[in-house]
Design a binder for this molecule. Structure first.
Ligand code: FMN
Length: 157
């Protein structure tokens, strides 16, 4: 049995919901990445958009789990400004040498997943075993069971 970690950031709970479902399916452990920066409200939205556009790193709270202890790490991010969120850019930058094998997933209003996955591949130096992109609307309506199963099946071997 592979030891799997699902590491994710979520500003408003959408990516968290997906992360929890994936972890449940795979029997994986969860690590919620937490940012010291207050990203709530409209001010937080604008700041987050700017951080993503400028490819800025942020200051994270300490993580609880060492990704090097896992055979596979799934990294989940919301899409910000057609790119990866600042907390996940930071996590992958800091942990790139501790990632044996990776898969990526994201939630988004409509677009930006391709570029975000490209950025994650570039930073980690690792091609993902699989990727999953879900729209916020789909996640909130709960209609994601099949997409999640298809994704997790690719990671079982
Ligand atoms: C600052 C900011 C920028 C965003 N930019 C995009 C974008 O470029 N493309 C897109 O499809 N959705 C964009 N969104 C929407 C989020 O990706 C989407 O709502 C996501 O599901 C939020 O996940 P969360 O609830 O886990 O934070 C943006 C949201 C924020 C806060």
């Amino acid at each position: 049995m592979k030891k799997i970690l699902v590491a994710y950031y979520s500003r408003t709970g959408t990516t968290r919901k997906v992360a929890e479902l994936i972890a449940q399916k795979l029997g994986a452990e969860l690590e919620e990445i937490k940012d010291t920066v207050d990203r709530s409200g409209i001010k937080g939205y604008l700041l987050s958009g700017r951080d993503a556009t400028l490819k800025r790193l942020t200051e994270l709270y300490p993580i609880a789990k060492n990704p090097a202890d896992y055979d596979l790490v799934l990294v989940g991010t919301p899409i910000w400004s057609w790119n990866v969120s600042a907390p996940i850019r930071t996590y992958v930058t800091q942990q790139k040498n501790n990632l044996k094998s990776v898969a990526y997933f994201c939630t988004m209003g409509g677009s930006g997943d391709g570029r975000a996955f490209g950025t994650l591949t570039e930073i980690s130096g690792q091609k993902p075993l699989a990727t999953l992109s879900l729209k916020t609307k789909e996640v909130l309506s709960g209609d994601i069971e099949k997409s999640i199963t298809d994704f997790t099946e690719k990671l079982r071997d």
